[in-house]
Design a protein around this ligand. Structure first.
Ligand SMILES: C[S@@+](CC[C@H](N)C(=O)[O-])C[C@H]1O[C@@H](n2cnc3c(N)ncnc32)[C@H](O)[C@@H]1O
Length: 376
């Protein structure tokens, strides 16, 4: 089976690394974004369970040239849908089109829906499909006149790990927070501190990595309702992930954070509890200007106010300046920040040693890594 791990622009390299670690086969980046790989249903399930930076995992059913609605209809109708969808399956369709003759997503959705209903109706001997059962979301992406037909195996986006049920102000998406942690100089066992921790997303994602906790451990995926996916294989993969977390839980952890806003800290505490990390990560109310200097090597990770989404630019620049002063007080610590502010380095008072471009929703951001005196 061919699978596609969709990811935000800039995160494909991290998704590829994760897929390699999981032992997936024929891993290849796609021109349209995302990474494809091959494997059976259990592999698709493990990708859902373990990928930290992917948005969704799709089962790719076919790819063909679609220069007209007729070609799209015939191509979709030729897929053996009855091998995947039971008689009562509900099958909503989502389409996206780019640089193609077919540029109307709503028309493409209607054509694909009709083609699938036509094929299933003929196979199951029905004029109308009941669509009362489990959901199989069909996703059609038409790019440069090539249509890719996928089933969404994740359901909700993989960023929905299940621990963040209350929204902090300007929170970082969980997948992006994991990307920030993975591209920072921090490594498990080193101290990590977020001086503007908000709802605690960065702290939680780092702890998941340090404690070998699968990001999807506590949620379900759409493919668990698919009849051709063996339940036992999913149960085994989840049990194995639980066992790894139970073992990982015993590891030492030096992760903490603070925020000037008491409400944010309350929220962080609730999220930590939801993430089963209660008692492992101290968080407190503190202004970053008052944080004490740190000695041995460690890593500050921070998603400071951007000036676009939180407060104004002047405030954001003041925080950038304070972060520069914080690192100057702890010269052996690196500092990794994600920001959309092109003036961040100037306000911080130094040039980043490394940069990486990401998107936080539609906002173009940069991850800036200031190494500190000692390279980790
Ligand atoms: C963009 S939010 C962080 C969101 C967080 N990463 C999350 O995902 O929930 C920025 C945070 O910086 C905090 N902040 C602003 N100025 C601060 C200061 N001087 N000291 C500590 N925290 C500050 C704000 O209260 C806010 O929670």
């Amino acid at each position: 089976m061919r699978w596609t791990a969709a990811a935000a622009f800039g995160l494909e390299g991290l998704v590829k690394q994760d897929l390699k670690r999981l032992g997936m086969l024929r891993i290849a980046p796609l021109e349209t974004g995302g990474v494809s790989f091959e494997g059976g249903p259990a592999d698709g399930f493990r990708a859902n369970l373990w990928l930290r930076t992917a948005d969704r995992i799709f089962l790719t059913l076919d790819e063909f040239k679609a220069l007209s609605f007729d070609a799209l209809f015939e191509g979709v109708r030729a897929i053996p849908w009855e091998d995947y969808l039971p008689e009562d399956a509900s099958f909503p369709v989502r389409a996206q089109c780019a640089r193609s003759c077919l540029m109307s997503p709503s028309d493409c959705q209607a054509i694909v829906k009709k083609a699938v209903a036509d094929r299933l109706g003929a196979r199951y001997g029905r004029l109308r499909m009941p669509e009362t059962g489990a959901e199989f979301q069909i996703c059609v992406s038409i790019h440069r006149d090539t249509a890719r037909i996928d089933l969404n195996s994740s359901g909700d986006a993989l960023s929905r790990r299940g621990y963040r049920t209350w929204n902090a102000e300007a929170p970082l998406r969980e997948t992006l927070a994991a990307a920030l942690v993975l591209s920072s100089p921090w490594r498990p066992r080193l101290p990590l501190y977020d001086p503007c921790c908000g709802g605690g997303t960065l702290l939680i994602e780092a702890a998941f990595i340090a404690l070998d906790r699968a990001p999807g451990l506590k949620r379900r995926f759409a493919m668990e309702n698919w009849p051709f996916v063996p339940v036992r294989e999913c149960t085994n993969a989840r049990d194995e992930a639980q066992a790894r977390f139970s073992e990982g839980w015993k590891r030492p952890l030096d992760i903490g954070g603070s925020d000037i806003d008491p409400d944010a800290i309350e929220l962080a505490k609730r999220h930590l509890k939801q993430a089963d990390l209660q008692g492992r990560i101290p968080v407190r109310v503190a202004d970053l200007r008052q944080l004490p200097p740190r000695g041995d090597c460690g890593a500050y990770l921070v998603n400071p106010p951007y000036g676009e989404r939180l407060g104004d630019l002047k405030c954001a620049r003041a925080v950038a300046r304070q972060l520069g002063a914080l690192q100057a007080r702890s010269p052996k610590w690196s500092l990794t920040a994600i920001t959309a502010d092109a003036g961040f380095e100037k306000a911080y008072g130094g040039r980043a040693d490394r940069k990486r471009r990401f998107y936080n929703g539609r906002l173009e951001c940069e991850t800036l890594i200031f190494q500190g005196q000692e390279r980790i």
